[in-house]
Design a protein around this ligand. Structure first.
Ligand code: R5P
Length: 328
């Protein structure tokens, strides 16, 4: 793990956390054997934010850990102000570590008179001061093209695969991996390969610009099989509810749901807890409050992404390959 000093172009690692991801940031710090750097983040009565660093970041290799899920605009603005503060304090290199990147679904102009908000988010993160970025399982990988600074776009679904392979696979009867929509087909295929199971797909069509989606048909066989439904995120839970009902109507036995980002907007956790699902498996890319965890009882498993982020941060700092972690 130790690298020669010649490769270290910057000072030490400096880890900062916004207010969105304190627990995850602490776990990353623990993994790296570092402490989180002190900073004040104050919200004035007029909702403007103020940031002050407790010590100098001059010449340091700085990582700012902050997801941009709910409250989206507060978390995003906080990240931007932290980045700018570090830039103005002459940090040598600043990496925005964004476990969940907002506006990922707004990645193309596929109808007239709409924005590409994901591009805008990439622009402002760079303008604020990020020299690099890191994120997990974005909704669409083409968002990498919206950034002109280097990025590590990491695959946390491999953590879900490992869990299912090691803890569930021996007990699953004729398992099949089912992707909740065709957009997750490639990742779904890797998931299925990872647990040595066949794959099926749900063809889903969104019918409006609101959060409503409609599941249509299953391509593949789920009858009398244990189903592992996979997706990148659960937001309102609408897509998963339709998917669970669809596979059940088509004869599925037990249903498991594995997804990277637990966004859980509005009443998603109650809605999900009411479904005939044996276990939900997700990550801590976005924290789930105790109130939102509660309806699941013991049916919710949260796997941490901290070692993944921590190891990539270590390698980025030491100028070592990240691809080697994944045998690339
Ligand atoms: C959509 O394309 C995504 O892969 C997810 O299926 C979607 O974001 C989930 O949203 P919701 O839980 O609101 O249906």
């Amino acid at each position: 793990m130790m690298q020669s000093k010649e490769l270290r172009v910057y000072g030490g690692i400096k880890l900062y956390a916004g207010t969105a991801s304190p627990e995850l940031a602490q776990k990353v710090a623990d993994y790296l054997g570092e402490t989180l750097c002190g900073r004040d983040i104050v919200e004035f009565p007029n909702e403007n934010l103020f940031v002050k660093l407790h010590s100098s970041a001059r010449g340091q290799d700085v990582y700012v850990i902050q997801h941009t899920a709910s409250p989206v605009h507060r978390n995003l603005m906080e990240l931007l102000i932290l980045l700018q503060t570090l830039r103005l304090d002459s940090a040598a290199r600043i990496t925005a570590v964004i476990p969940y990147l907002c506006y990922g679904r707004s990645d193309k102009k596929d109808q007239p008179r709409i924005p590409i908000a994901s591009r805008l988010v990439a622009d402002i993160i760079q303008i604020a001061g990020a020299d690099c970025y890191m994120t997990l399982d974005p909704h669409a990988y083409q968002i990498q093209g919206f950034f002109s600074v280097p990025g590590d776009v990491l695959n946390a679904s491999s953590i879900l695969v490992d869990y299912v392979k090691d803890n569930l696979r021996p007990y699953l009867k004729d398992p099949v991996v089912v992707t909740v929509d065709l957009g997750f087909a490639k990742k779904g295929r890797n998931f299925a390969l990872g647990i040595d199971a066949p794959i099926a797909f749900i063809e889903k069509r969104r019918v409006a610009n609101d959060a409503k989606a409609q599941a249509l048909t299953i391509i593949g066989d789920v009858k009398d099989r244990d189903v592992v439904l996979v997706d990148d995120e659960i937001d309102t839970g609408g897509s998963i509810a339709q998917a669970v009902n669809l596979v059940k109507e088509n004869g599925a036995r037990r249903v498991y749901v594995a997804f990277v980002h637990p966004i859980f907007s509005s009443d998603a956790s109650e809605r999900l807890a009411a479904l005939p699902v044996t276990e939900y498996i997700t990550t801590d890319s976005v924290p789930i409050s105790i109130e939102k965890r509660e309806p699941f009882g013991k049916r919710l498993t949260i796997l941490t992404v901290a070692p993944l982020l921590g190891e990539v941060i270590r390698r980025a700092h030491e100028g070592r390959s990240v691809g080697q972690m994944f045998n690339e």
